[in-house]
Design a protein around this ligand. Structure first.
Ligand SMILES: Cc1cc2nc3c(=O)[nH]c(=O)nc-3n(C[C@H](O)[C@H](O)[C@H](O)COP(=O)(O)O)c2cc1C
Length: 188
């Protein structure tokens, strides 16, 4: 039996009631067959500092990098802050991008999802994040999942999808992401 495909997810919001962490929890629950999706906790990750990179990397950063290296693909599930990428998300990317061209994010298959209560669906942030991740890897899944106008009629805090249409949309998206990760991981 082939080993499961593994996807490691990062939620770009630290607050307890984060919609983005709820969506990542929903991904964990709805992982397609033959796939394991896990959520990596970011609460203890310090801000990137080049003085503490390389051999001086904090143990928590080392552990995160090693989890990213082992995963077949990465999922960034992040809010939009001020039309841009929140520091929490960018901080993960910056740590994982070192050493240059060798850090675990380089050439990784990746996908982006964003969710929020507002009507915009993260569309201003997506361009920035796609540009950044596109520099680091040719294997970014080209269709981000962007969910606007979320409420607890659609998704609950623990990652239970209440709305059937949303459930289908999430499951179809995850299947497409996993096919992309399988195809690009095999070719890289
Ligand atoms: C500092 C800050 C900036 C924000 N900027 C935007 C924005 O530019 N566009 C938007 O649609 N929502 C914006 N929001 C609203 C967030 O999308 C909303 O708070 C969302 O629920 C945050 O994600 P979370 O629930 O995972 O924490 C902003 C929220 C904060 C706290």
């Amino acid at each position: 039996v082939a080993a499961d495909l593994t996807l490691l997810g990062f939620a770009g919001s630290l607050r307890r009631d984060s919609w983005n962490r709820s969506l990542l929890s929903a991904f964990v629950r709805h992982a397609p067959e033959g796939t394991t999706i896990s959520s990596y906790p970011l609460g203890d990750i310090p801000l990137y500092n080049a003085d503490y990179d390389g051999d001086r990397r904090p143990e928590v950063v080392r552990a995160m990098a090693s989890a990213a290296t082992s995963a077949d693909g990465l999922l960034f599930v992040t809010p939009e802050y001020n039309w841009g990428v929140p520091a929490v998300t960018k901080n993960v990317i910056d740590w994982l991008s070192r050493p240059m061209r060798e850090g675990p994010i380089w050439n990784k298959p990746m996908a982006i999802a964003t969710i929020g209560p507002g009507p915009g669906g993260g569309r201003h942030m997506l361009g920035h994040l796609i540009e950044t991740l596109g520099v680091l890897s040719p294997n970014l899944f080209p269709a981000p999942l962007a969910l606007a106008g979320v409420s607890d009629q659609l998704l609950t805090l623990d990652g239970t999808i209440v709305d059937a249409d949303l459930g289908r949309r999430v499951e179809e998206w995850l299947i497409d992401v996993c096919s992309h990760v399988r195809a690009t991981a095999a070719s890289s």
